[in-house]
Design a protein around this ligand. Structure first.
Ligand code: NAI
Ligand code: MG
Length: 381
């Protein structure tokens, strides 16, 4: 399925509902208030995920949740707590003692297991939001979601065979020839032609479908020649298939500066995994920060929609944080399922509540709760 799908008439959707940890539970409760008021025809099936389950059963993404995701039309995910726990530390958790476990992020696993290759992050400055950086910003980030430095191909310590191969084949490696094996670490940046082409093509198709004038290819091709050079070359090739869309390119460092200076000069941005991760946080901050950053992890068969923020442990249990990011993620899910009319109603309701300025969570300078914000949005549907 493409980034925005076609509506299935009168269908009752099966939606995997994964609240996760901390405020994930609270913002998902808020999103349900909006979806229920909308009378979105769905069966929501709860899925266990996150830190809580790693502590209980040594698995943050249990097989039953993986099976659930295989059986649904789409999924909504709140947030999880993720800690880089090594085997030695797991020994200190009574339930995990003796199991030799290492914590793995369920999100990264989910993206790879289900080949959710598009990370789509729209960043729009809704008029009247007191924490907009500037009015009129409308940026859409396409981030490759499965490859690059996040492929998980790492060495620490470095095996002698790897060092030998690099010394023999990679010119730049000579500088590290005298470093002892346990004194350095290697993370491989892997980018494929297929992975690069499909994300760049998706960005152009989105621009064409939604009337955006330009796609900017973000890269660092001048220094990271093999991988980032490949990405830029493919960008130039794909652009030829979209004569109606302007294409330009920029280095990752320069674009961070230009986006802050002239955000309205840009519309759709596309990047490899890590640069896309960085630039999408920058874009989210320009339109109000984590309370507004929504995200879709989209593959050919499954899509998982989420706020970009984490479980914010310091606010957990207080119903204080902003549910708009999650409500906008629900809007993205509706669009992807082809329920465009419902998606538009959600977005209009969010925009109206922001513009009126009567209900605001703490990040917007107000004191309303997570659920009061959701109720205010539901009332405008
Ligand atoms: P975080 O995103 O959970 O929160 C950082 C700060 O941002 C919060 O303390 C709060 O001030 C603000 N914030 C976050 N969400 C907000 C909202 N909806 N409304 C208003 N303000 C909001 O990031 P942090 O504290 O670095 O990480 C906490 C945990 O979440 C960690 O275990 C981390 O690994 C995990 N995490 C999980 C993610 C996911 O589930 N996709 C993404 C990012 C972090
Ligand atoms: Mg991030």
């Amino acid at each position: 399925m493409s980034v925005s799908g076609e509506k299935a008439q009168g269908k009752k959707y099966k939606i995997a509902w994964l609240p996760g940890d901390g405020i994930g539970k609270e913002v998902m409760e808020a999103a349900r208030i909006v979806l229920d008021k909308l009378k979105f025809n769905a069966e929501y099936i709860h899925g266990d995920i996150g830190w809580e389950f790693w502590c209980k059963e040594g698995e943050s993404f249990p097989q039953r949740t993986i099976d659930l995701l295989k059986s649904v039309d789409a999924s909504m995910f709140g947030a999880i707590t993720s800690k880089p726990v090594k085997a030695a530390e797991a020994e200190l958790v009574p339930e995990l003692k003796g199991k030799g476990l290492v914590y793995r992020s369920p999100i990264v696993r989910m993206r790879q297991l289900f080949d959710l290759w598009t990370c789509l992050r729209p960043c729009k400055a809704y008029p009247g939001n007191p924490i907009n950086y500037k009015e009129g910003i409308d940026l859409v980030v396409f981030r490759e979601n499965t490859e690059d430095l996040y492929a998980g191909v790492e060495f620490s310590p470095v095996p002698q065979e790897v060092k030998d191969v690099l010394l023999k084949n990679a010119k730049g490696f000579a500088a590290f020839k005298d470093v002892p094996l346990d004194q350095y670490a290697i993370t491989c940046k892997i980018n494929t032609r297929k992975g690069s082409e499909r994300i760049i093509r998706a960005a152009f198709e989105y621009a064409k479908k939604h009337g955006y004038p330009k796609v900017t290819i973000i890269h660092k091709a001048n220094v990271v020649r093999a991988t980032e050079g490949l990405f830029l070359d493919i960008g130039k090739e794909v652009a030829k298939d979209f004569p109606g869309i302007q294409m330009d390119d920029a280095n990752i460092d320069a674009i961070c500066m230009w986006l802050l200076k002239n955000p309205k000069n840009y519309s759709v941005l596309v990047a490899t995994n890590m640069f896309g991760d960085i630039v999408s946080d920058l874009c989210a901050q320009m339109v109000g920060g984590l309370g507004f950053g929504c995200s879709g992890n989209i593959g050919d068969k499954l899509a998982v929609f989420e706020p970009t923020h984490g479980s914010a442990p310091k606010y957990a249990g207080q119903y204080k944080t902003n549910p708009i990011a999650t409500i906008l993620a629900a809007k993205m899910m509706l669009d992807w399922l082809g329920e465009k009319e419902m998606g538009a109603r959600v977005e209009n309701a969010v925009a109206t509540v922001i513009k009126e300025g009567k209900v605001r969570t703490y990040d917007m300078g107000g004191s309303n709760t997570t659920l009061e914000m959701a109720e205010a949005i539901a009332a405008k549907l």
